[in-house]
Design a protein around this ligand. Structure first.
Ligand code: AMP
Length: 185
């Protein structure tokens, strides 16, 4: 499948702003609003993902709140796929199913609408999962578990940025293909 060459990766990486000590001391926050704010760069990214996924067999794109929505929504429109949001607790109005996961301090949770996918057929619906960034992998792991719970197959988990040094991708890669547009070592 299509991947970017080094020059293209450098181009996109150069559009992402590092914000030091946000949201707390010691964290380098990868701010993608600067990429989204550049129409050539944003289009370049979505075109790349379109090329990569146009021939893969799946029906839905699910994005994780909130920056995952931006990428997943744009790609779903381009590829003529349905979009399904995975959200933080108490944001989705209808009946939900949820998955808890551990954070550095405490516990977080994500939710999806119980009827987001038609699971009545023998073949499970196929989904592409998208988020902006994978750090510890806790959020993406919980999202994949959530999809499994409702008998949906995740064909690939796609991230704009993978903070490789945190090894958040290692466990996920054992069960689900992962694609990261940019990797930070
Ligand atoms: P994790 O569950 O640790 O893989 O964290 C992934 C989620 O937290 C993603 O939804 C990211 O948007 C956000 N996130 C974690 N670390 C960063 C970071 N350094 N820069 C920007 N977003 C981050």
């Amino acid at each position: 499948m299509v991947v970017l060459d080094e020059k293209e990766k450098e181009y996109l990486l150069g559009k992402i702003r590092d914000v030091h000590d946000f949201p707390k001391p010691g964290i380098i926050f990868k701010d993608i609003t600067t990429l989204l704010n550049d129409k050539e760069a944003f289009n370049f990214l979505i075109d790349h993902l379109t090329q990569r996924y146009k021939s893969l067999d799946f029906e839905f794109i699910t994005g994780i709140e909130s920056r995952g929505f931006i990428l997943a929504g744009a790609l779903a429109a381009k590829l003529n796929k349905a979009f399904v949001p995975i959200r933080k607790p108490k944001k989705l109005p209808y009946t939900t199913i949820s998955e808890k996961y551990s954070l550095e301090y405490g516990i977080d949770e994500i939710e999806i609408h119980i009827d987001a996918f038609d699971t009545s057929s023998q073949n499970p619906p196929k989904v592409l999962l998208i988020d902006d960034l994978i750090a510890t992998g806790g959020t993406a792991t919980a999202a994949i578990k959530l999809l499994k719970k409702i008998h949906v197959e995740c064909v690939e988990a796609c991230f704009l940025i993978n903070l490789k040094f945190l090894k958040g991708d290692v466990e996920i890669a054992k069960s689900t293909p992962i694609y990261s547009v940019l990797e930070i070592f």
